[in-house]
Design a binder for this molecule. Structure first.
Ligand SMILES: [Zn+2]
Ligand SMILES: [Zn+2]
Length: 137
């Protein structure tokens, strides 16, 4: 199904079939990914600063590639540690450490968007507040 949404990067409205960035921005990102990939082929296990310097790709985008496991899936590593979203443990790629990933996969919310997770958290907080308030009465 096609939805009209705003591109997460440039804010332009486009017809999306699931992606959050418009075709122009995703093409731009793909170009950056190729740059990073090629740089790491020539300079394996560089530090993130070396990659930024060597490719002119911004740090956030490189970290995003790491979180999306895109570099790891090509067998490429950067000498930079990410932190598990759940327990904060140092990891090489992805968003969770191995043990948290197992737990998250069994959780139905694993595939939810970040915003939805935040919303869930908010409603969880409301729920708790509700209970505390009810207890006071
Ligand atoms: Zn865009
Ligand atoms: Zn963890």
């Amino acid at each position: 199904m096609m939805n009209l949404i705003n591109c997460k990067k440039c804010g332009k409205v486009f017809a999306s079939s699931g992606s959050k960035v418009c075709p122009a921005c995703s093409e731009e990102e793909e170009k950056k990914f190729q740059l990073v990939k090629q740089f790491l082929w020539d300079n394996p296990n560089s530090t993130i600063d070396e990659v930024v310097e060597g490719t002119a790709v911004d740090r956030e985008t490189i970290i995003k590639f790491m979180k999306e496991d895109r570099l790891a899936s090509h067998g490429l590593t950067i000498d930079f540690k990410l932190h598990c979203r759940r327990c904060g443990k140092e990891i090489d790629s992805g968003e969770y450490c191995a043990s948290c990933r197992n737990k998250v996969i069994s959780d139905l919310n694993a595939e939810e968007e970040e915003e939805d997770v935040e919303k869930d958290y908010e409603s969880g907080k409301m729920f708790l507040k509700d209970r505390i308030e009810r207890r006071k009465k």
